[in-house]
Design a protein around this ligand. Structure first.
Ligand code: HEM
Length: 506
């Protein structure tokens, strides 16, 4: 078969599958295949997504197609196209093709047609509107259970306690969220209530520690780059979570949230077997707990590093408490933060939004199911090719864009509000932008838990600032760098923790 020379048909089709013969067609964005067949730029992309995309943008402009692990991804950096992408009909751009693969790989859950609708319906009912009031009350109870159980005021209790800020925030926010969503230890009679509370504290803490193990493996697990030793550990943890969060176990809990119980019931009605529902519960734990704690950490850290911001937020918190008849002062009962109170905090809202602008960095992906054309802000039209993926990385293209947010690396707690507390508008090239901060994604795949997430984080910060004086152990300590291996997965984490101390204010 020497006649074929090196071009054996099998080799040709192999190379074809590896994407070697792809050519840029007229009207398509610039194409970068890299030099490694199939993998393309996978390694560089994973190593430091933001750096890689910055380099590509400098070279190719605001829209370009890159080969990453067998898929051609067209990255769109021009925010004026975002609406067209995130709102395009599912028959043309589908976000689930990609999400289902990830969910199977990481959580072992096999998606069904209805589950996205089920999650969004339950979230609309329980994590927004009236349902959110119920959830806010439950969250408050759990925060109290975790933060106030050993409080008794008086001078002798006003000693400084030292801790690591990332661990402290992640631990408490995770546990409060977990108990609120997945339920608490049942008890009979008031006598056993304290015992049940103690059980909740112990159990949620164990849960947190296992969760953090999975959390650390997550980026490499999701990009299929785990060494085999870690793969075994990931597999063990996955099974542990399926079992700890199982539908059977949750039936025995009290106060299980409507968000969890409705989704379980609706999935069952759609024929999803019990063992798959256990896995679904694991996915929900991940989605609901992986970002709130780290966000709370960054928010408190930025406040501690910016005294004028800390003062503004603290003054607002105290003012809202006072106006709601709950002044924080010596001898007063511990504060009870209500949903109403959380609606009266424009400064805290802006500080949270600013934090998310800096540290929330998801990559939003859609599968291109039909050739479609996309018009950029400058009027050029591009074709997106069927079978490709289209992706947005708003952290780089809008959140850190100096044309939209001047001095983007600086934390400005009031960046998102006018002096009168109303929300600010944002512009690029004189045009008002709809998408200027996208921590929650956008369009059909927008985070359905965003209102609950904000409520949890704000409530935590509200409580901490009302209860404690807090400061960094080393005032001069720099804000730690972010761990670049986590680009694309939501809220970033720091490369190291930061020591701080706190003591009761009164
Ligand atoms: C600061 C905290 C949070 C951030 C930054 C965040 C961000 C996101 C992002 C970026 C997505 C994916 C968007 C996409 O792929 O286009 C997402 C999805 C999701 N989030 Fe959140 N989230 C947070 C907290 C929460 C909480 C507290 C819950 C639930 C209680 C939640 C539930 C979900 C669910 C269920 C999905 C998948 C939705 C679907 O299947 O379409 N998230 N979140």
């Amino acid at each position: 078969d020497g006649a074929w020379g090196p071009w054996h048909p099998l080799l040709l089709s192999g190379l074809y599958l590896l994407g070697m013969f792809r050519r840029r067609r007229p009207g398509e964005p610039p194409l970068a295949k890299g030099i490694i067949p199939w993998l393309g730029y996978a390694l560089e992309f994973r190593k430091d997504t933001s750096e890689f995309l910055k380099r590509m943008q400098r070279k190719h402009g605001d829209i370009f197609t890159v080969l990453i692990g067998g898929y051609y991804f067209t990255f769109v950096m021009d925010p004026s196209c975002f609406g067209a992408i995130v709102k395009e009909s599912r028959s043309k751009l589908d976000f689930r093709t990609f999400a289902s693969k990830l969910v199977l790989q990481v959580f072992g859950y096999e998606t069904i047609e209805a589950d996205h609708t089920i999650t969004h319906a339950s979230s609309t009912k329980h994590l927004m509107g009236d349902g959110l009031t119920v959830m806010t009350e439950a969250t408050m109870e759990n925060f109290k259970k975790l933060m106030l159980f050993n409080l008794s005021s008086g001078e002798e209790k006003r000693v400084w306690q030292e801790d690591s800020l990332f661990h402290y925030c992640y631990n408490i926010v995770f546990r409060a969220g977990y108990l609120t969503l997945y339920g608490t230890q049942p008890h009979q009679g008031a006598d056993n209530k304290e015992k049940a509370n103690e059980q909740d504290r112990i159990h949620s803490n164990q849960m947190f520690h296992e969760f953090r193990k999975y959390d650390r493996l997550f980026p490499r697990l999701a990009s299929a780059m785990l060494p085999s030793k870690d793969k075994i550990e990931a597999e063990r943890l996955k099974r542990l979570f399926w079992s700890m969060l199982s539908v059977k176990k949750s039936c025995q809990k009290d106060n299980i949230s409507g968000w969890i119980s409705d989704q379980n019931q609706l999935l069952a009605e759609n024929g999803v077997p019990e063992y798959m529902r256990d896995r679904f519960m694991f996915m929900l734990l991940w989605a609901s707990q992986g970002n709130t704690g780290p966000t709370a950490f960054w928010l408190l850290l930025y406040l501690m590093k910016h005294p004028e911001a800390m003062k503004a937020v603290k003054d607002e918190v105290d003012k809202v408490s006072r106006e709601n008849g709950q002044e924080a002062k010596p001898g007063s009962p511990p504060i009870n933060v209500t949903r109403d109170m959380l609606n009266q905090t424009p400064i805290l809202d802006s500080a949270l939004e600013e934090t998310l602008r800096l540290v929330a960095a998801p990559v939003l992906t859609r599968a291109v199911l039909e050739d479609i054309s996309l018009k950029t802000g400058s009027g050029t039209e591009y074709t997106l090719r069927k079978g490709d993926r289209v992706a947005l990385f708003p952290h780089m293209s809008v959140q850190m864009n100096p044309e939209i947010h001047p001095k983007p690396h600086e934390f400005k707690y009031d960046r998102f509000i006018n002096p009168d507390g109303t929300k600010k508008y944002f512009y690029k090239n004189g045009k008002r932008l709809k998408y200027f901060n996208m921590p929650w994604g956008a369009g059909v795949s927008i985070c359905p838990g965003r209102f609950f997430a904000s409520a949890e984080i704000k409530m935590f910060v509200f409580l901490v600032l009302s209860l404690y004086d807090l400061e960094l152990v080393n005032r001069e300590e720099e804000i730690p760098a972010i761990d670049i291996s986590r680009w694309g997965f939501g809220t970033m984490q720091p490369v190291r923790d930061v020591r701080f101390r706190y003591r009761l204010r009164f």
